[in-house]
Design a protein. Structure first.
Length: 690
């Protein structure tokens, strides 16, 4: 973060020395940690590499510098510092606990150094990070002086007037305030000890930052803050007598001074969820001044001070049990000289089961180890997950199965053509992604089933076959399906040809007919061979040309709706089951399948005559969504007397439009002319016949 300020190499060396002094005096670090701090300016200036440091100063110093470098890379991703997850990611990236301690000391030193800087924006950003990130960590580690200094300097830079207003008020009353605390403590201590309670009492004035927070919360001036003073009574007694002696001390205090019942906080009877135990009461002391009194035992104070049930947490900074335990252990090591050697070998393994990843905007999310790009997509939104085709990790394209790593910056790639697949459930890690995939698959199956059913019904109608449920049910059973939904699912997936279904339907339908009249079976002895029919069998098959009159008169045929042929198109005829003929364009989408499976039903066809019939065709138009585009399209059609516009449907999305035009037209020559004219309209990108 110091890079935001224009420090020279010499200034950086001086600051490194000051940071080392804070580490030694306030925290108690020495050895490798101090060596690493002093080498930071050399690394930044490119005068030495971490590999060279490992060779000259050892692996431990190099590891600390490597951890500091990784954290610097995190900052380059512009993360949201206020995120709880960023603090956890910061800790997991540090590798060595000394990296965090160095960062806290460095931030204190930086806050002291930027008092007179002209870069106000950078100072504000550094101050916000100190308040949201480094002060809570310092408090957690028991570095109370550093925590207090970070909070007060942050307030000084971010809310200058409030800081100096409170400081002046405190300065004006310091001597009187100290004397007042002594006057308050002395009679209380005498009374409590006279009751046979072994204790010691500490008094303090709240920090400027703490006072300002209370002024804002209570919406009152400096003089209105109840607990400007805080007294802590710490009782030394066996655990079995703790509650009794705490309440006894409470009784003595409230007998001496009037309590404010609204300010009683009983965390003895029911400790806070984080384990914090204490009695808090605000009383009206001498000179009618409100004083907060905290009553607890040595054991309770030890827990609170160590941080497992940290006092800072109920002031709004949230944390996790694992983090609490871990940081508390570190503080214990720092407080005992015999633990310093162990500190040199300490490596952090707190978040081995979690990964923290960034969005392109700097937001931070936590996932279990093994989570994939697809897990991330479903965490953002169901629709993004359903359409996810992969991701871009730190600028590199990766598949949806890619396993996320801490510090990854993830961008999701999507496609409207993508659909959830059954195998996705097997590799996603989070229960959220699994449940959303299952829901999407179920919805897709229902939707595809309805679509397949409608498509099949349309095919029956096109071939003028009346569909009945009873025969259809027999078809499904004959084709080996136990569930109707599986039948329609396979149609939707293209695994069953609809023509085969219709053929099976007709076969079963024919088999149900009753044999009557001329259909009665006769003896072979009565059969007389018709020579003329034998002659007919020798004729070439399908050599006939079906000549279609343009006015659609005198022939039993229909124009196929699947390709809507018009006069001039290259066409062929297809003999249907009920004897009629359907006319298809040779480039009809169904033509290859018809020729492959039913080549014996194909007959040649060509247009003849010069009638005046009109044919309905549909055009698809795609282009830019400009004002007046619809008017420009319709004006071209209206200028031609032999064209009739039946309908127009336009849909716009993201600056583009796509639509269909249904037109009555004479022949394909006129159609080609129309399509050329439509393509000349400004903004039109594509015109196709459907």
């Amino acid at each position: 973060m110091a890079e935001k300020f224009a420090f020279t190499y010499e200034e950086k060396k001086k600051m490194a020395s000051q940071t080392a002094e804070i580490l030694t005096e306030e925290i108690g670090l020495k050895g490798d940690a101090i060596d690493a701090v002093m080498l930071i300016p050399e690394i930044d200036a490119g005068k030495v590499t971490i590999k060279e440091v490992e060779h000259t100063h050892g692996e431990s110093v190099a590891r600390i510098l490597h951890g500091l470098g990784r954290i610097q890379q995190l900052y380059e991703k512009n993360p949201v510092i206020e995120s709880e997850n960023f603090r956890n990611l910061l800790l997991s990236f540090a590798e060595d606990m000394r990296v965090i301690l160095i960062m806290i000391a460095d931030r204190v030193n930086l806050m002291r150094s930027i008092r007179d800087t002209e870069n106000e924006e950078a100072r504000q950003e550094v101050s916000q990070e100190a308040a949201y990130l480094y002060a809570p960590l310092a408090h957690k580690l028991g570095l109370y002086n550093l925590k207090r200094e970070l909070e007060d300097l942050s307030l000084k830079y971010m809310e200058h007037d409030a800081y100096y207003h409170i400081r002046e008020k405190l300065s004006a009353t310091k001597a009187a305030r100290d004397a007042y605390i002594d006057r308050f403590i002395k009679p209380v201590e005498e009374k409590v000890k006279a009751a046979g309670i072994n204790c010691h009492i500490k008094g303090r004035t709240k920090s400027i930052h703490s006072i300002w927070q209370k002024m804002k919360k209570q919406k009152c001036p400096f003089e209105g803050v109840y607990d400007l003073f805080a007294i802590r009574i710490i009782i030394d007694c066996p655990e079995a007598l703790e509650k009794m002696q705490c309440w006894q001390a409470y009784s003595i205090i409230t007998d001496m001074y009037q309590p404010n019942p609204k300010r009683l906080r009983d965390w003895l009877s029911v400790p806070k969820s984080n384990g914090y135990e204490s009695l808090h009461i605000t009383v009206l002391g001498p000179e009618q001044k409100w004083v907060e009194v905290q009553i607890r035992t040595e054991r309770m104070d030890e827990i609170a001070e160590r941080g497992v049930a940290a006092h800072w947490r109920y002031k709004g900074v949230k944390g996790e049990t694992g983090l609490d335990e871990w940081l508390t252990n570190i503080r214990s090591m720092l407080e005992h000289s015999e633990g310093m050697e162990a500190m040199d070998q300490f490596k952090m393994d707190l978040y081995e089961d979690e990964v923290f990843v960034f969005t392109p905007r700097g937001d931070l999310f936590k996932f279990p180890v093994g989570a994939t790009v697809l897990d991330f997509a479903y965490h953002i939104h169901s629709k993004i997950g359903n359409q996810c085709t992969g991701g871009r990790i730190n600028g590199r394209v990766v598949p949806i199965r890619y396993e996320l790593k801490s510090g990854d910056q993830v961008e999701i790639l999507t496609s409207t053509n993508q659909k959830p697949r059954q195998e996705w459930i097997n590799f996603v890690k989070t229960s959220r992604a699994k449940s959303k995939i299952k829901l999407a698959l179920k919805e897709t199956q229902v939707k595809d089933g309805l679509f397949a059913k409608e498509m099949l019904e349309r095919k029956f109608k096109n071939r003028k076959i009346e569909q009945d449920e009873s025969t259809m049910f027999h078809v499904i059973k004959k084709m080996g399906f136990k569930e109707v939904s599986d039948f329609y699912k396979q149609i939707a997936e293209g695994l069953i040809d609809t023509n085969a279904i219709i053929d099976k339907f007709l076969e079963l339908k024919e088999g149900e007919k009753v044999v009557i009249g001329d259909n009665i079976a006769r003896s072979a002895e009565e059969f007389v061979l018709d020579e003329s029919k034998i002659a007919g069998l020798n004729q070439p098959v399908n050599d006939d040309v079906l000549v279609i009159d343009r006015n659609l008169k005198g022939l039993d045929y229909q124009l196929a709706k699947c390709c809507s042929p018009i006069y001039g198109d290259s066409v062929f005829g297809f003999v249907t089951v009920n004897g009629g003929i359907k006319i298809h364009r040779t480039d009809c989408p169904n033509a290859p399948e018809l020729r492959r499976r039913f080549g014996y039903r194909i007959v040649k066809a060509k247009w003849s005559g010069k009638g005046s019939s009109q044919y309905g065709i549909t055009l698809r138009v795609i282009g830019n969504d400009d004002i007046g585009i619809v008017n420009n399209l319709t004006s071209i059609i209206s200028k031609d007397e032999k064209l009739i516009l039946r309908s127009i449907n336009i849909d716009s999305h993201d600056g583009l439009f796509s639509g269909t035009l249904q037109v009555m037209i004479n022949d394909n020559t006129r159609l080609e002319t129309l399509m050329k004219k439509l393509r000349t309209v400004k903004g039109v990108k594509q015109v196709d016949r459907i």
